[in-house]
Design a protein around this ligand. Structure first.
Ligand SMILES: [Zn+2]
Length: 171
């Protein structure tokens, strides 16, 4: 198994559509958010740390938003201070919903926030699947999808401003 697919969890079966790729609502805005979600899930979302591996001319892995540490997936989703405003409320909601669901379905395990954000279905097993999956569909996945999309949009907006400033200065 590729290490970048570590977050797919037990729910994933080859040939079956992953639940993060489907959406209950036929809302266009929701549908447009799926690709980002899948890129993050499958590890193909390009962050500085990845760019550095692929591009030898620019081996700098530092986050270009805050410049404080390497831009890993956990830095981007959980830590980067430049994205804190976007993250705060939604992350709190996600933790609350998670706690309720884990109690309701008696999942005797601590949840890892990063794993939940990447794949909220990660802790589903064959025993509790149906109702839990439907609750996640309704309550948790929309929040995680929204958060990933908003973080992505903000990151791109900030990087775009930077690029344009650099180009202007170079002229
Ligand atoms: Zn950062």
């Amino acid at each position: 198994m590729f290490s970048s697919l570590q977050y797919l969890g037990g729910m994933y079966r080859i040939g079956k559509c992953h639940p993060t790729a489907t959406t209950c609502s036929a809302n266009i805005r929701d549908i447009s958010r799926i690709p980002i979600r899948l890129k993050i899930l499958t590890g193909s979302y390009i962050l500085q740390i990845k760019r550095a591996v692929f591009n030898n001319t620019n081996p700098d892995q530092t986050c270009m938003l805050c410049g404080k540490s390497d831009e890993t997936l956990s830095h981007f989703l959980l830590v980067c201070t430049e994205l804190e405003n976007i993250r705060m409320t939604l992350t709190r909601e996600i933790i609350e919903v998670c706690s309720v669901l884990f109690a309701k379905y008696e999942l005797n395990t601590k949840f890892d926030l990063l794993t939940i954000l990447i794949n909220p279905y990660y802790y589903c097993s064959q025993w509790n699947s149906k109702n839990l999956i439907s609750d996640i569909d309704q309550l948790l996945e929309p929040l995680c999808r929204c958060l990933c999309y908003k973080l992505h949009a903000k990151r791109y907006q900030l990087l775009d401003i930077q690029t344009r400033t650099i180009r202007k200065l170079a002229k």
